[in-house]
Design a protein around this ligand. Structure first.
Ligand code: CU
Ligand code: ZN
Length: 218
């Protein structure tokens, strides 16, 4: 199995906030957009800028994550044009929860522009998407303080084939026993098929297998 046949899965758990919490899942099948799905709670209702920042460095909290990931050296913008790390805004409802699913065509989880190991930051304010008319708008979108952040980490055991079949880890292939164990785990997960479908859409099965593989090979 070569890398070009695999779906890459990564995740990010937000830290450095007592109120703002969240887990974000990133998935990319070869030659497709990266799907970025998550739920963030504890936000003020309204729009909040969301970006991938350059460094997965939290040594000085969210501050040490640097600027927006910008491998092309261009101005800040939106999901379509601008920094690769510009994910636009997420919307928190009255309850302060933002549930989102972003199709990021310029974000990669594989290759030399992979964002794995970089940081994800949710901001206090709305991102003006580079249309604010001032210098800061072209740099940060005036999105304000960094409320919470996390490192995008690969679930390396979760490298799975896009459409079922054999699933192996990067290190070694599964033993017979482990495969059996995995089937059992997946069977259990399928009891909550609706829940997985709701969370991951058509990727539900891949996510189930990825998670089960991880558990079975532990
Ligand atoms: Cu940011
Ligand atoms: Zn930007």
């Amino acid at each position: 199995m070569t890398e070009s046949e695999q779906t890459m899965v990564a995740q990010c758990t937000l830290e450095h906030s007592d109120t703002v919490k969240g887990t974000i899942l990133l998935m990319q099948a070869p030659n497709t957009a990266t799907l970025i799905k998550g739920t963030i709670t504890g936000l003020k209702p309204g729009l909040h800028g969301l970006h991938i920042h350059e460094f997965g460095d939290m040594s000085d909290g969210c501050k040490s994550m640097g600027a927006h990931y910008n491998p092309d050296g261009i101005d800040h913008g939106d999901l379509i044009k601008g920094h690769v790390g510009d994910l636009g805004n997420i919307i928190a409802g009255e309850s302060g929860t933002a549930e989102f699913s972003i199709k990021a065509h310029r974000v990669d989880l594989m290759g030399d522009r992979s964002v794995i190991g970089r940081g994800l930051v949710v901001h206090e304010n709305e991102d003006d998407l580079g249309k604010g008319g001032d210098a800061e708008s072209l740099k940060t979108g005036n999105a304000g303080d960094r409320l919470a952040c996390g490192v995008i980490v690969a679930r390396s055991e979760d490298i799975v084939e896009a459409h079922g079949g054999k699933h192996s880890t990067s290190g070694r292939s599964m033993t017979k026993g482990e495969k059996k164990k995995r089937e059992k785990i997946v069977k259990g997960m399928k009891k909550d098929k609706a829940g997985f479908k709701k969370r991951y859409g058509k990727d539900a099965e891949a996510v189930m297998y990825a998670t089960a593989t991880k558990q079975a090979m532990k």
